[in-house]
Design a protein around this ligand. Structure first.
Ligand code: QAP
Ligand code: CO
Length: 171
């Protein structure tokens, strides 16, 4: 098991479009383990492979308080959606930033597990938001892209300034 480095916005690699997973092998299972460990350590409730610079359609999510209800979604597709909800979102790739985003309220998702077996899942509330947020990462989209250009640019500047400060302290 290993903690993986997380890409920080505005890293251009966060805009890479992920490819479908074709082989359900031991390497994939190891990546799932490492992503799970990385998410729990953060701590976070969702992590997409894109965020650890692996551009395949793989997401791990756990919205439980006890961190004991892991959901792994491989090659996820939204079959249908209904309603609208707004939620204050954060992202492990945009630390310290929380902004309101509007998304579908309920979704039905089809995905595969680490064995390649297909399943469907219905979600609402936080889980629904989290799945949609993580699926955006697989398309190369970060939640700040839903905000106004003014807000997004302020966030970009803040992130770059923060990165420079860390760089200076490491010197
Ligand atoms: C996506 O985000 C999400 O800023 C998952 O300093 C978030 O796990 C979907 C985190 C909210 C729906 C609602 C963020 C940790 C974790 C930070 C996360 C931070 C430390 C974010
Ligand atoms: Co995110």
């Amino acid at each position: 098991m290993a903690l993986l480095p997380i890409l920080n916005y505005p890293d251009p690699r966060l805009h890479t479009v992920a490819k479908p997973v074709a082989e359900f092998n031991a390497d994939l299972k190891r990546l799932v383990q490492d992503m799970q460990e990385t998410m729990y350590a953060a701590p976070g409730i969702g992590l997409a492979a894109t965020q650890v610079d692996r551009h395949i359609q793989l997401i791990v999510i756990d919205t439980s308080k006890e961190q004991n209800d892991l959901l792994v979604l491989i090659n996820p597709k939204i079959l249908n959606h209904a309603g609208m909800q707004t939620y204050e979102e954060g992202c492990l790739s945009v630390p310290g930033v929380y902004e309101t985003v509007t998304r579908a309220e309920r979704i039905k998702v089809e995905a595969q597990n680490t064995e390649g077996k297909k399943f469907t899942l219905e979600a609402d509330g936080l889980l629904s938001v989290c799945i949609q947020h993580e699926m955006d990462h697989l398309k190369g989209k970060v939640f700040v892209e839903y905000l106004s250009p003014l807000k997004r640019n302020r966030i970009k500047t803040k992130m770059l300034k923060h990165a420079r400060e860390i760089e200076r302290n490491n010197y």
